[in-house]
Design a protein around this ligand. Structure first.
Ligand SMILES: [Zn+2]
Length: 355
């Protein structure tokens, strides 16, 4: 995989703390796009083939990752936190984290693990661990000492990255695949696709605050007013837990998300994407999700937008690490490039007519 993915997953960027990721996006969009635009929450897009008479096509990953925010410092020097994004206490126990200062310095810490026998209720059964039970130990001897070491209320807390390549060389473990992966695809598209390759006005970039309710997608869509929107996002696979036919598997191609609770795939888009994948020999799997992506928000912008999520299969997202496969990366990339090169006014008309 391109080096830019490694750079992207290493950056800290809890929801609303995406600045380091946005700066990286800007730096890597600038050489290739005609103009860069941002909304007021911080979503960022580069424009290719500006002024085209074709449809407006928007491609986005999201820059934020699940993390936490400091909400208190106990007398003992332990740090209280609140989650940013959907995470469970149990997966964050005994994990390494970094508290990130305004200057992007890292204060390392570990989530204090309270042994089960200290968590028993009156009935003697261990209580489930809630995220709000977690405390971070940075090795401070007292509240004053923690403050001296640089801890401030409201700073972001991010899992310490453990980027690792699997023994077979084809899988990559890291925090934040969800969704620096999508940011990386946007940057590759900006680098590789020229105005002369397309019949649309193309907006490539990334949104903010997806993990806390698709917030940046709403404002970015208001700014761009796209006709077609493609979300590229990592989705959780069930294959390591028995799974089923539509639960997602590593290595079987991109996820055609035909259903999630906030977006039933537009039938014209479903037909177009399935037929395009088949015609080009691109591997895909049908996928049913219990969560939403930016596509759910953007389909409802204006008088409706033709949206699709090109899903990247990922194991263990919304924890401190996750895993993707380079085989799936190639299929996702091929699908996104193919769609972008195909879209023009008559194709949009045809997709709409198949709803
Ligand atoms: Zn995501």
């Amino acid at each position: 995989m391109d080096k830019l993915y490694r750079d992207l997953v290493d950056l800290p960027g809890a929801p609303s703390f995406e600045k380091p990721v946005r700066d990286y996006m800007r730096k890597n969009l600038e050489p290739y796009v005609e103009e860069i635009i941002e909304d007021k929450l911080g979503s960022i897009f580069g424009i290719i083939n500006k002024g085209s008479k074709g449809p407006k096509v928007m491609l986005a990953g999201h820059m934020d990752e699940v993390g936490a925010i400091v909400t208190g410092i106990e007398k003992s020097g332990l740090i209280k936190i609140t989650n940013l994004g959907g995470v469970k206490g149990e997966v964050f126990l005994s994990q390494h984290f970094d508290l990130i200062t305004d200057d992007l310095e890292k204060i390392p810490g570990v989530t204090a693990s309270k042994p089960p026998h200290l968590r028993r209720g009156k009935d003697e059964k261990p209580k489930p661990l809630l995220f709000s039970d977690l405390l971070i130990d940075i090795g401070a001897d007292s509240k004053e000492h923690a403050i001296e070491l640089g801890v401030k209320i409201a700073m972001q807390v991010i899992p310490r990255n453990d980027f690792t390549v699997s023994k077979d060389g084809k899988k990559f473990f890291s925090k934040a695949w969800d969704n620096r992966f999508g940011c990386g695809i946007s940057l590759e598209v900006a680098r590789d696709i020229k105005a002369s390759d397309i019949d649309c006005e193309l907006y490539v970039g990334a949104t903010v605050q997806e993990e806390v309710g698709l917030r940046g997608a709403g404002t970015a869509a208001n700014l761009i007013k796209p006709d077609v929107f493609l979300a590229v996002d990592c989705s959780p696979c069930q294959d390591s837990f028995g799974g089923d036919e539509v639960g997602g598997s590593i290595g079987k191609g991109f996820l055609l998300r035909f259903y999630d609770p906030s977006a039933i795939m537009h039938q014209g888009m479903k037909k177009f994407i399935r037929e395009t994948a088949e015609a080009n020999g691109i591997k895909f799997q049908y996928y049913k999700s219990m969560g939403g992506t930016d596509a759910a928000k953007i389909q409802l912008a204006g008088d409706g937008v033709l949206v699709a999520t090109i899903g990247m299969p990922a194991r263990y997202i919304h924890s401190t690490t996750s895993m993707i496969s380079s085989d799936d990366y190639l299929e996702v990339k091929k699908m996104v490039y193919t769609i972008i090169k195909m879209i023009n006014n008559s194709l949009v008309k045809e997709i709409k007519s198949n709803v």
